[in-house]
Design a protein around this ligand. Structure first.
Ligand code: HEC
Ligand code: HEC
Length: 274
């Protein structure tokens, strides 16, 4: 009797170990994605799921043409057009919650060219489709894609931002380095961002930052057998930007600092430099 109980213990122990081995990486990746999540990252995912990009273009880069009148189109988020519609968070949220305000035809038909152009594509109300932190997340994503908050003009962080755009760093690292795009075979399952927990795990100091950018790798990971194994196996590798000058690296670093300070460029910096 005692022996059977013992055997059962051993068996369930083995089963547990097996489950842990099979589910381990998966459970770990869920935890990891949760830990390093941020509003911009979540907002971009939700915008895609909610269909925002169907009208505003992928990542808000190209609004639909609207046949309702001359030069009518759905505003792209990145066109600088959004400033005409929204000035602050509550303006943005009003659109998301309630959609377009119905346009009233001009009371005086004799003004200008007669009948005003009438949009045929309207912004739908999303109030009942939202859950959890959606509203705040969509607002953060909109502000980043519309570049509503930018680094002080002429500053190193602004130059770093322009470098990142020129070289397409955001194609892999997400809008404003928000991270989270998939990377099959990697340790975390996604490409890290430039601020928040995943950044601090991968970049301990300035010299590691420089090594990542110039060599696409760091010594600390290369010498760790587990990290090295995942790094070799992941499908998307960090390119080595060997031609970047020390000045370029200073600018990119300044930009990463600015992202940390402004929650990924969603609010003005604490100590905005002149
Ligand atoms: C059916 C097309 C359509 C969809 C889908 C759509 N929008 Fe819009 N959106 C518009 C139009 C058209 C406007 C222009 C404003 C107006 O007509 O009053 C607009 C304006 C806006 C504005 C005002 C600022 C600006 O210039 O862009 C925001 C913010 C916005 N949309 C966010 C969103 C978000 C977030 C989603 C997804 C949750 C979304 N939109 C989905 C059509 C759409
Ligand atoms: C082709 C996709 C790709 C592009 C483009 C890219 N990176 Fe990366 N980057 C990665 C991947 C993947 C990693 C993670 C590498 C690893 O874990 O081995 C990474 C890691 C990094 C890191 C350290 C980890 C972190 O927290 O982000 C920095 C810093 C970085 N990249 C900066 C840049 C800069 C600056 C540019 C543009 C000049 C750039 N990357 C362009 C894929 C890319």
């Amino acid at each position: 009797m005692r022996r059977r109980l013992f055997a059962r213990w051993i068996l369930s122990g083995l089963a547990l170990i097996l489950v842990a081995l099979v589910a381990g990486p998966w459970v770990f990746q869920i935890y990891w994605a949760h830990r390093s999540s941020n509003p911009v990252r979540r907002g971009v995912v939700r915008a895609r799921e909610l269909g925002c990009f169907s009208c505003h273009g992928n990542l808000g880069t190209a609004g639909l043409k609207d046949p309702g009148g001359d030069n009518l189109e759905v505003p792209a988020w990145n066109g600088g057009m959004s400033m005409m519609y929204v000035q602050n968070d509550s303006d943005i949220q009003r659109y998301i919650l309630d959609g377009s305000i119905p346009k009233v035809a001009s009371p005086d038909p004799s003004t200008a060219s007669g009948t005003p152009p009438k949009a045929e594509v309207a912004m739908p109300a999303f109030r009942s489709a939202l859950r959890g932190s959606d509203l705040a997340d969509l607002t953060a994503a909109f502000k980043v894609l519309a570049a509503m908050v930018s680094p002080p003009s002429g500053s190193p962080e602004e130059r770093g931002f322009n470098q990142a755009r020129t070289w397409g760093c955001f194609s892999c690292h997400g809008p404003n380095g928000s991270g989270g795009l998939p990377n099959p075979g990697s340790f975390a399952g996604f490409i890290p961002g430039w601020y928040g927990p995943d950044f601090h795990d991968t970049v301990r100091d300035r010299s590691e930052f420089d090594a990542w950018v110039r060599e696409g790798r760091i010594a600390r990971f290369e010498s760790n057998p587990v990290a090295a194994r995942f790094t070799a196996r992941q499908r998307i590798q960090m390119p080595a930007y060997r031609r970047f000058s020390p000045g370029d690296l200073d600018d990119l670093w300044a930009y990463a600092r600015w992202l940390e300070e402004t929650d990924g460029g969603t609010r003005a910096g604490r100590d905005a430099k002149p």
